[in-house]
Design a protein around this ligand. Structure first.
Ligand code: ATP
Length: 307
């Protein structure tokens, strides 16, 4: 059986009397993409810092590629939330410098910087100082610096922040390509759509505790499906149709009737019931719960619970 590339066993981190991360467990397999989600202050960055060996847990254990974070550090590429670039350095030198710190010989480091700047369409900026780059360009350079030493594990803290939609797409494609090459990727994000598009596995944290660990389908399966139906009629009778959990009339910000269905319930039964009543519909759609819905439901419930 393949061993996990990243493994956390009952990891706890406290700051004074405050538990920022409490008893966190998860395993992430090689060549896969894990989305690490949670509201502000949930403990994501603290966990990433422990994975990098920048901070030690008060209890529990973290393993990367079967090693302690300290021993695995040359095999990890880390994109910090605050970028960490030197303003006065030229772009190519900055990338090469960070790659050399991770053990790449100087000539190889400059060669990698050149190739990656070309790939990210930044060749013309190789000799420009970091302070002369736009926010999005600096984010690309920070990402390049994360990749330059060809790490096996990539840990990315909010990799999409500051990027326009086109560059978000570029990053998404690069991340998918790296996973296809067998690299293991863990990234934190507040953007649910990106997590939905990219991730094989999701871990959701709230107030330092894991509230979900599984696939997108498993996450969506936690909430009922919903149908939205538009009609100039009272559809309250749909509450009597098999598999219907709840019927909500149109309201502010919701122009259609919203019907919550049990998992596996047949949306066609709703159409049939409307047809039998001779009701003309002007809208019908059926959708799984979104990750956003699941996130709000899980993290929201947790946030409202007493500490
Ligand atoms: P965000 O999405 O806002 O970046 P996060 O999930 O990354 O949040 P963390 O930065 O890990 O959250 O912080 C978790 C909690 O730990 C917060 O309440 C924060 O104030 C606290 N915390 C983090 N670092 C320290 C520190 N060095 N000293 C004291 N408290 C800290």
């Amino acid at each position: 059986m393949t061993a996990p590339a990243i493994e956390l066993l009952h990891v706890t981190k406290r700051f004074g009397g405050f538990t920022a991360v409490g008893g966190l467990d998860f395993a992430h397999m090689p060549g896969r993409i894990l989305g690490f989600l949670g509201p502000n202050g949930a403990g994501k960055t603290t966990t990433l810092r422990m994975l990098l060996g920048l901070m030690r847990p008060d209890a529990g254990e973290l393993r990367i590629l079967g090693q302690s974070p300290g021993r695995a550090r040359h095999r990890i590429g880390y994109l910090p939330e605050e970028r960490g670039l030197y303003k006065r350095m030229r772009t190519n030198a900055q990338i090469a410098y960070l790659a050399m710190l991770k053990g790449l010989p100087r000539r190889d480091a400059y060669q990698r910087a050149k190739e990656l700047l070309g790939y990210f369409d930044l060749s013309d900026f190789a000799r420009v100082r970091i302070e002369g780059l736009s926010k999005g360009m600096a984010q690309k350079v920070a990402f390049i610096a994360t990749l330059a030493h060809n790490p096996d594990v990539l840990i990315l803290d909010e990799p999409f922040s500051g990027l326009d939609p086109i560059n978000q797409q570029v990053f998404e494609n690069v991340i998918r390509g790296l996973a296809r090459e067998g690299k293991t990727i863990l990234f934190s994000t507040h953007t649910m759509a990106q997590a939905e598009r990219l991730c094989d596995q999701l871990v959701i944290l709230s107030r330092g505790r894991k509230v979900f660990d599984g696939t997108l389908d498993q996450a969506r399966g936690l909430l009922p499906r919903r149908a939205r139906i538009g009609a100039d009629a009272d559809l309250g009778f749909l509450g009597g149709v098999a598999g219907v959990l709840r019927v909500a009339p149109p309201g502010p910000g919701q122009p259609q009737w919203e019907i919550q269905l049990e998992r596996g319930a047949d949306g066609g039964a709703l159409l049939g019931a409307c047809f039998e009543q001779g009701i003309a519909l002007n809208h019908f759609d059926l959708a799984e719960a979104s990750l956003q819905d699941v996130f709000v439901s899980l993290a929201g419930e947790e946030a409202q619970a007493p500490a």
